[in-house]
Design a binder for this molecule. Structure first.
Ligand code: GMT
Length: 384
């Protein structure tokens, strides 16, 4: 199949998932065309069957903001027509589902018909999508997609309830590539960060408000009093300077390291003993799954799709949003009980194996086939 993939090229979860699906499909022999405004962060080297088409919006003095949607729609028309794509898969509904719909209509006027699959990732529904300034367009474009997937049951329900979407939604979970995310021996690296055998706690995110990364620091303040430990804050985003100030206020700058955006997250996870995800909402929690694949237990909140990934009392613990005492107390018990910790590490890996890319990728391939068949039958019926 020749498949177009539209996504955000950044370090965010949706871009990562989109890129990994594309690369996996290319390995399976499909021809993949990424259509994005920059090279996706995870598209690091040349891959056979993979093509990149960059969208470059034009600058004109009249525009306060260059109309990216118009440039993307035009690029989609061009790529779909000239590369003869069979299907277009857009990740993150805003604005991709609406732009895909526009491109599809333009192409239909030229006798070219292509089905659109939209994958919902989370904030495109839960935060941005339900905002009144976006909702009608988001709902319409999801309902007009030929196939819709969501990364968790939670997100499927939320899309129905909060946006009133009536289109069928298939849940296809996010996944993990065990070639990359696995327990690695990085003892020399661990020694550099924790020279006296301190425990290492990790948090990865884009430091947006929804991640509540300050709760990681406040919980760490409590953990540190009981267990000699270090905290790794991986990633970057709008809340970072506030977080750094908080570390200064509590006097733990030497114990908390801000590492910025990292390509090889797995190397940092390899030296960690615990992962914390205190988000106020999370449609899936890919960062937690990546930690679990590296055999790290997770202390998280119990919101959104997280309970579909982290199992309370087995692979980690879940707490109410903002319950810093509970997060700290679960972390302390895990870090100070080696037998329990070892059992949880084992359970984390077992659970993560259920999300192996080799199990999930065929679900996308089967779904594409299903959507294509339905699309062809519908077009045939319309033509007769
Ligand atoms: O977490 C973010 O803010 C980034 C966002 C994205 O779309 O890039 O992540 C969402 O999609 C990920 C991949 O499907 C999910 O694992 C995250 O849970 C989800 N984030 C939220 O729902 C807050």
């Amino acid at each position: 199949m020749k498949i177009g993939v539209v996504c955000y090229p950044t370090y965010g979860g949706s871009g990562v998932v989109a890129t990994e699906i594309g690369l996996g499909l290319a390995r399976n022999g499909h021809e993949i065309h990424f259509i994005t405004n920059a090279r996706p962060a995870r598209l690091t080297s040349f891959a056979e069957n993979v093509f990149l088409h960059e969208v470059k919006p034009i600058d004109y003095p009249l525009f306060e903001y260059s109309p990216y949607e118009t440039s993307l729609a035009s690029k989609l028309v061009d790529v779909i027509k000239h590369e003869r794509l069979d299907l277009l898969h857009v990740h993150y509904a805003i604005p991709h589902a609406a732009v895909a719909y526009m491109a599809k209509q333009i192409l239909a006027s030229q006798g070219i018909h292509i089905p659109i699959v939209t994958t919902l990732h989370g904030t495109d529904i839960t935060i941005v999508g339900i905002d009144g300034s976006f909702a009608p367009v988001v709902k319409f474009s999801i309902d007009q997609s030929d196939g819709v997937t969501a990364v968790s049951d939670f997100l499927k329900k939320e899309t129905r309830e909060k946006l009133g979407v009536v289109n069928d939604i298939r849940v296809i979970y996010n996944f993990i590539d065990f070639e990359r995310f696995k327990k690695l021996n990085k003892d020399h690296f661990k020694k550099a960060i924790a020279p006296d055998g301190e425990k290492i706690i990790a948090h990865t995110s884009n430091f947006r408000k929804v991640k509540r990364a300050e709760d990681v620091i406040l919980a760490f303040e409590k953990i540190y009093k009981k267990v000699p430990s270090k905290l790794l804050m991986i990633g970057d985003g709008p809340e970072r300077s506030k977080l750094e100030n908080l570390c200064r206020q509590i006097g733990l700058c030497d114990e908390i390291r801000f590492l910025g955006k990292q390509n090889a997250v797995e190397e940092l996870l390899a030296i960690s003993d615990l992962f914390m995800l205190p988000s106020s909402n999370e449609s899936f929690g890919l960062a937690a799954l990546e930690a679990m694949a590296c055999q790290i237990p997770v202390v998280s909140t119990n919101v959104g799709g997280i309970p579909e990934v982290n199992i309370h009392g087995k692979t980690g613990f879940m707490c109410e949003v903002g319950d810093i005492d509970a997060m700290a107390s679960h972390a302390i018990s895990l870090l100070s009980n080696p037998e329990m910790h070892e059992q949880f590490c084992h359970n984390a890996l077992t659970r993560a194996s259920e999300f192996d890319i080799d199990q999930i990728l065929p679900q996308y391939e089967a779904y594409y086939e299903e959507v294509l068949q339905k699309f062809k039958s519908k077009n045939l019926a319309l033509a007769n």
